[in-house]
Design a protein around this ligand. Sequence first.
Ligand code: PLP
Length: 253
Amino acid sequence: MAVNADPHVLVVAGSDSSGGAGIARDVETLAAFGVRACLAVTAVTVQTHVAVDHVEMMPPRLIAEQMLAALTANHISAVKIGMLGSEDAIGAVAAVLKQYPNVPTVFDPVMAASSGRALLPDGAIGVMRNDLIPLCTLVTPNLIELAILTGDEQAQGELTARRQGTVLLDDACDAVLVKGGHGSNSRSVDILLRRGQVPIRFDAPRLLGTMRGTGCMLASAAAAWLALGAPIEESVRKAKQLVHRRLRDGHAP
Ligand code: PLP
């Protein structure tokens, strides 16, 4: 079968009818870097910018089939994973990724909508850590997700955030970016942890504005740069610059 050789990012994520987060954000972010997207839809969510009305999960087999078709049709240079929604979906995605160990994978461990509604059952954390995180190049939890993933309290300071991030790193992914956007200090500090390397701090003034979908944007932008061949640190730096600009300037490109 003819394979489209343009670098593509395979987006494995849920749709958001408001366009604020999920697949719409992912595709618009990849397009900003001239990287093509292909899709494995994990869930359809019915939501406005303030509430989630309904979530319909895709069957795990359908998610895996979409991934395999995308991987067959295109040259996939990176995978970006967002909302998975269930233990079985996580298992299905992990089973496909295992067959493609050389494709860099960025995982944004989405657990709740920006409006607060849970998008992942509690029971799915174990399989996420055991089966999926070890297959990932970069995992990008915010402080709330990090606390849930490590079964700990939300970190109030950098030392605790680093300790919790190291717990995830020990699950065997290549890198963890702990996002400090949900902290309360005047500075927003993200910390990139990589095995065997000194942690890197990304320190920026906390911006007053908020925007939905910034987690999706950051992970997609990092996946775009990995797809273009950039190393992890540069990919994260460029992704953070994009999110900072969008938060500062609104949606203007
Ligand atoms: N994916 C979907 C489908 C969502 O609805 C949301 C939040 O509403 C997210 C991901 C996570 O969005 P954020 O980037 O704000 O963490």
